[in-house]
Design a protein around this ligand. Structure first.
Ligand code: FAD
Length: 409
């Protein structure tokens, strides 16, 4: 007897923020939507610092329920190697990220999407009718497979599973991120981002405050083998040393450290093909300087669902019809190449040079304007004109683009 085939308009792979929102938006647009998630529950293990800016939430039309918000925060304080502190004040939230992801997936189900946990896609093959592409037959582990769908939205995170299965893009570069939950952490409501290359090579360390004195203290670094050692050393040498490490609420036992990897090669060359769109980390959408990606995952989901609905209603699922999707994200997402250039210039500076640059910044970096930037340039010129040869201007601009206004966090 042949296996029963499940059919749908849109199959979303992965119930992270991107996948949950892709399913929500697709279901809202009237599409028969299936959301599959490899794990048996949504959102754990958490692999995120858990912060998102208010501007990103407004842009997404997200009205966060109280239970997913751990703490409201005032913005980011960047701490340079000599201890110089400068602020990017833009309000936002630290989430209980697993609850946030569950809330989005539940909202998708309320709109009519089917959610299937413990479902892992392992194969995809193209279907044709009268010579025209008509969808995908997907294989995998889980009762619903095989699944026949018109469109696949791949939100499988850094695994970018469809890219692998159909060899759409080469494997990108990643950085490692790891954190601990500490308690009784002093805070004035800012996220503290330490640009201290001694511990975090081409990355940074953070203290992200949560409710009840809890905080995520962690780092991202390109020196993957040293990730845990570098974080432990940082904690040992700072005021965090005195504080107690606890298991996060979603973890009952085991190692208190948690984290994951973040794509850093920038958006993939191909974020779509016939009947397929890649969103979020699966598409390589993370901010180059501070590596945040939830907001880009959530927004790329909106663009993908819109494109899917239009393509399905027109009966054209081809790559050329879905080319609308990259057009949409390219119009809105921050200029990856420019920020990356700035990041590279920043990490080309010595600790002393970075600190000198920081001392020339105003205390509040969020609204420098043209006059403010000129003043910073003038101060640097007076103190160390040679820094201009080290491309200090792109390094300064990278901070500007990392503001929430540009989807920076
Ligand atoms: C340590 C760390 C800290 C971070 N801090 C922040 C931060 O503070 N703010 C921020 O905005 N971003 C942060 N990020 C980045 C952020 O977590 C990601 O950009 C975001 O989660 C991407 O969402 P996504 O939906 O694309 O993918 P993911 O959240 O990775 O979700 C992918 C889902 O797909 C599932 N999946 C994978 N393969 C399959 C398969 N074959 N079949 C079915 N399901 C599958 C996975 O189980 C997972 O649930 C951080 C990342 C790390 C590692």
């Amino acid at each position: 007897m042949s296996e029963a085939i499940t059919t749908c308009d849109v199959l979303v792979i992965g119930a992270g923020p991107g996948g949950g929102n892709a399913a929500l938006q697709s279901a809202r647009l009237g599409l028969k939507t299936i959301l599959i998630e490899d794990h048996q529950e949504i959102g754990t293990p958490v692999h995120c610092g858990e912060c998102i800016s208010d501007i990103a939430c407004q842009n997404l039309g997200l009205s966060l329920p109280d239970e997913v918000i751990s703490k409201k925060v005032k913005g980011i304080r960047v701490i340079f190697p000599d201890g110089t502190e400068k602020c990017l004040s833009e309000h936002g939230y630290v989430l209980e990220k697993h609850l946030f992801e569950r809330w989005i997936a539940e909202s998708a189900v309320k709109e009519g999407a089917t959610l299937s946990l413990g479902h892992k896609i392992t194969g995809m093959s193209k279907l044709y009718e009268e010579g025209n592409f008509s969808g995908w037959m997907c294989e995998g582990k889980g009762d619903l497979f095989p699944i026949k769908t018109k469109i696949v939205i791949d939100a499988s995170g850094v695994a970018s599973v469809s890219s692998k299965i159909i060899e759409l893009n080469p494997r990108g570069k990643v950085v490692a991120g790891m954190q601990y939950e500490l308690i009784d952490v002093p805070t004035d409501g800012y996220l503290d981002f330490y640009i201290w290359p001694e511990y975090a090579e081409k990355g940074y360390l953070w203290m992200i405050p949560k409710c009840d004195g809890r905080a995520n203290v962690g780092l991202v670094t390109e020196d993957k083998p040293r990730t845990k050692k570098a974080l432990d050393e940082f904690i040992e040498k700072t005021h965090f040393k005195e504080l107690e490490q606890v298991l996060p609420p979603w973890k009952e036992k085991g190692n208190p450290a948690f984290g994951g990897t973040i794509p850093i090669s920038g958006p993939h060359e191909n974020t779509h093909t016939d009947g397929l769109m890649l969103i979020g980390d699966a598409a390589g959408f993370t901010s180059p300087l501070f590596e945040g990606g939830s907001h880009l995952a959530l927004k790329s989901a909106v663009f993908a669902a819109q494109t899917a609905a239009a393509a399905i209603s027109e009966g054209d699922l081809s790559a050329s019809r879905l080319a609308e999707y990259p057009e949409l994200w390219k119009k809105e997402f921050p200029p990856y190449g420019k920020i990356l250039k700035g990041k590279n210039a920043l990490f080309n500076l010595s600790d002393d040079e970075m600190s000198l640059m920081a001392r020339c910044f105003p205390d509040e970096m969020s609204d420098m304007g043209v006059g403010g930037k000129a003043m910073v340039g003038f101060r640097i010129l007076l103190r160390k004109p040679g820094l201009y040869l080290k491309k200090i201007v792109p390094a300064m601009l990278a901070f500007g683009y990392s503001r929430a206004k540009y989807y920076g966090w």
